[in-house]
Design a binder for this molecule. Structure first.
Ligand SMILES: C[S@@+](CC[C@H](N)C(=O)[O-])C[C@H]1O[C@@H](n2cnc3c(N)ncnc32)[C@H](O)[C@@H]1O
Length: 202
């Protein structure tokens, strides 16, 4: 049988589908999470944790848990890692039984996890665009004085989805209602991605 393409469950023909639960049932390694591509932005996210002396974190949209494991190895922090797909969370628990995973939809459940120094969004922004303003309002209300770290990839000239929100790091930072206190941007001449990681003070 032909392998399923995870893109079809997420964004198809420029339209958001968001069927993450069936995607995790049908596809083994969506976004090649086990390889953790976009290493510059992910590493920068971990450096932000270290530089700002973060001791505890809520990781939103953790998927299969590979970035949680990387964070743990580099910092000793066991993030509270949540994902909207219970299928992803079950797989993450099997892969990394020493870490802390839970099913949650960050559009509604942010209020449950406020006892942390920082929130991490790694490669999730494109999938929560319509809820982003409400999510930022909830963050403002419940996480004041803490940090928000966003690892995010933009595409040089070839970005098709989400352009009406922002197309690059400058526009994204202007969209976020918190002060940027550190940011990294990296790109290779050989491909179209621009990897970014920004830390905001809430
Ligand atoms: C591109 S994956 C990122 C996985 C992981 N953060 C990483 O960097 O390897 C995006 C993840 O966001 C999750 N997601 C999408 N909407 C969500 C929501 N409203 N609440 C929680 N997780 C969500 C998806 O299920 C998916 O696992």
């Amino acid at each position: 049988m032909e392998a399923k393409n995870y893109h079809d469950y997420v964004i198809k023909d420029g339209k958001f589908i968001g069927d993450f639960q069936n995607m995790y049932k049908d596809c083994n390694d969506p976004w090649m999470q086990s390889e953790q591509p976009n290493k510059y932005s992910r590493s920068a996210g971990i450096w932000h944790l270290k530089n700002f002396n973060v001791k505890s974190a809520l990781e939103c949209g953790c998927g299969l848990g590979y970035y949680a494991e990387w964070i743990y190895r580099e910092t000793g922090i066991v993030p509270k890692s949540v994902d909207v797909s219970s299928e992803a969370i079950a797989k993450a628990k099997d892969l990394f039984p020493h870490l802390d995973f839970e099913t949650a939809d960050i559009s509604h459940d942010l209020v449950k996890y406020t006892d942390v120094d920082a929130i991490i969004f790694s490669e999730i922004i494109w999938y929560i665009l319509p809820d982003l303003k409400n999510i930022f309002s909830a963050i403002e209300e419940h996480y004041k004085g803490k940090y928000l770290i966003v690892n995010q990839v933009f595409y040089k000239g070839s970005q098709k989805y989400g352009n009406e929100y922002f197309t690059n790091l400058e526009e994204f930072s202007a969209y976020v209602p918190f002060e940027s206190v550190g940011q990294c941007e990296a790109t290779l001449q050989t491909d179209s991605t621009i990897e970014t990681s920004t830390i905001f003070k809430i």
